[in-house]
Ligand binder design. Structure first.
Ligand code: NAI
Length: 385
C-alpha cells in the first residue's frame, strides 16, 4: 500500500516514520517547505539514533529513508492508496483539503484524518463519496505510543474500515474501535483525571503537589495530574477540555476549571513557559506534598471513581467495547490498569457507593453514576472477572 501523509508537523512526521519503517513507500506533503526540510532532518536524526541504540540496522535505516518522498504540492499524493491527514485543526481547511484529495487521488483511495476534536462525519461531508472517510487517531509521539483509535463515521464503508484497521494493525499498533463522538475514547474517559484533580484543589482539600503524590505513589499513575497538565501545556489542555464540554452540550461532568483557565491566561502554561502549576526555573524550590495517608487515599478514590464512571458510561453508550476502553487507557495514556478491570478489583458496589455519596453531598449532576454501573451492581455482575 502506498501511503501519503499530509502535514509535516509533530504528528505527520511520526506517522511517516512508522509507515517507512513498516516497509511502505510514503510521500509527505506540507505547504511549508521549511517545515518539510526540518521534518526530514529530524527523521534522519531519529533513525540514526535508533541505529546507535542497536534497535535497527544501518541498512534498515537507509531503506526507510529511501522509501520517503517529500513534496510541497498536494498533487504529489495522487498515486497513494491511503492518505492520512495531520494538518491544522480547523474544519473548513480540512474539508477543503479532503475535497481536493478526492478529486486528485485514485477512486479506491482511503482518506483518513488524525483529528483529535473534529467529527469525522463533518469532514466526510466534504466528499462526493464519503464512504472512503475514516478517523485514524494516533497519540504523540506516534512511533512510540502503541494506541491508535480507529473511528468510522456514519458514512464510512465496511471495506474502508477493514483496510484502515488492517494497515494500522500491521504496523504493530494496538487498535481500538470507537464511535465518532467528542474526545473519542481516551480524551473523553481521561477528563476527570484533570477535572476532578482541579476540583479537589479548588475546594482547598489539597495542593498540587499532594494531589500528584496521591495519584503517583498511591495510585501508581506514571505522572500526577498537575505535572501532566504542565507537560501538555495548560493552554492546550484547557482548549481540549473546553471543546469536549461544548461538544457535549455543556454536560457539567466536563466543565472546565477556572484555576486552569487563569493559569493559561497568566501564561503559566507549564514546562514550555518555565512555570505552570509548578515552577521549572533553575533553583526553584520543590514543594513537598502532605503525605498524610488518609488524605491521599481520599484524593485517589475520588479521582479514580470519577474515571471509572466515565469508562463505564462509554461502554453504556456503546462508544467502544469494554475491552477496547481498557486497552485505550493503558496503551494511550499509560494508566497502570484498565479502569474497568480496576473497578472489578475495587468492587462495583464500592464504586457506586462512593459516587452516590458525592452525588448526595454535592447535589451536582457531575457526580451522577452511570446507569450501567447501577444495573451491574443490581445484577451482581462484573466486567471481566
Ligand atoms: P503541527 O502544527 O505540528 O503540524 C501541522 C502541519 O500542517 C504544519 O507543518 C503545517 O505547515 C501543515 N499544514 C497546515 N495546513 C496545511 C495544508 N493545507 N496543506 C498541507 N500542510 C498544511 O500539528 P500537529 O500537532 O502535528 O497536529 C496535526 C493534527 O493531528 C491535528 O488535527 C491535531 O488535532 C492532531 N493530533 C495532534 C496530536 C498532538 O499531540 N499534537 C495528537 C493526536 C492528533
Amino acid at each position: 500500500m502506498k501511503v501519503g501523509v499530509l502535514g509535516a508537523g509533530t504528528m505527520g512526521s511520526g506517522i511517516v516514520q512508522l509507515a517507512a519503517q513498516n516497509g511502505h513507500n510514503v510521500t509527505l506533503v506540507d505547504l511549508n517547505e521549511q517545515i518539510l526540510h526540518s521534518s526530514e532532518d529530524k527523521l534522519v536524526k531519529i533513525l540514526s539514533r535508533l541505529v546507535e541504540k542497536g534497535r535497527i540496522t544501518d541498512e534498515q535505516k537507509s531503506a526507510a529513508i529511501g522509501r520517503i518522498a517529500y513534496g510541497c504540492d498536494i498533487q504529489d499524493l495522487a498515486d497513494c492508496d491511503i492518505v492520512i491527514e495531520a494538518i491544522i485543526e480547523n474544519l473548513n481547511i480540512k474539508c477543503d483539503v479532503f475535497a481536493k484529495l478526492e478529486q486528485l487521488c485514485k477512486k479506491g483511495v482511503i482518506l483518513a484524518s488524525n483529528t483529535s476534536s473534529l467529527s469525522i462525519a463533518s469532514i466526510g461531508a466534504a466528499l462526493e463519496e464519503p464512504s472512503k472517510i475514516i478517523g485514524i487517531h494516533f497519540f504523540n509521539p506516534a512511533p512510540l505510543m502503541p494506541l491508535v483509535e480507529i473511528i468510522p463515521a456514519v458514512q464510512t464503508s465496511d471495506s474502508t474500515l477493514k483496510k484502515a484497521k488492517d494497515l494500522i494493525d500491521s504496523w504493530g499498533k494496538v487498535t481500538v474501535l470507537c464511535k465518532d463522538t467528542p474526545g473519542f475514547i481516551v480524551n473523553r474517559v481521561a477528563r476527570p483525571f484533570y477535572g476532578e484533580a482541579l476540583r479537589i484543589y479548588e475546594e482547598g482539600i489539597a495542593d498540587f503537589a499532594t494531589i500528584d503524590w496521591a495519584m503517583t505513589e498511591l495510585g501508581g499513575f506514571r505522572m500526577g495530574p498537575f505535572t501532566l497538565m504542565d507537560y501538555i501545556g495548560n493552554d492546550v489542555n484547557y482548549a481540549v477540555t473546553e471543546s469536549v464540554f461544548t461538544a457535549f452540550y455543556y454536560d457539567s461532568r466536563y466543565r472546565p476549571s477556572f484555576t486552569q483557565k487563569r493559569h493559561a491566561e497568566a501564561g503559566y502554561l507549564g514546562r514550555k513557559s518555565g512555570r505552570g502549576y509548578f515552577d521549572y526555573t533553575e533553583g526553584a524550590v520543590r514543594i513537598e506534598p502532605n503525605k498524610e495517608r488518609r488524605l491521599g487515599e481520599y484524593i485517589l478514590d475520588r479521582i479514580l471513581v470519577m474515571l471509572i464512571n466515565e469508562a463505564v458510561d462509554a461502554v453504556f453508550l456503546n462508544i467502544a467495547s469494554k475491552e477496547d476502553v481498557d486497552l485505550a487507557m493503558t496503551n494511550g495514556v499509560n494508566y497502570p490498569k484498565g479502569l474497568l478491570n480496576w473497578a472489578d478489583e475495587i468492587g462495583l458496589d464500592n464504586v457506586l457507593t462512593k459516587l452516590e455519596d458525592m452525588f448526595n453531598e454535592y447535589g451536582e449532576d457531575r457526580y451522577r453514576p452511570s446507569p450501567l454501573l447501577r444495573r451491574m451492581v443490581r445484577d451482581n455482575q462484573t466486567f471481566f472477572a
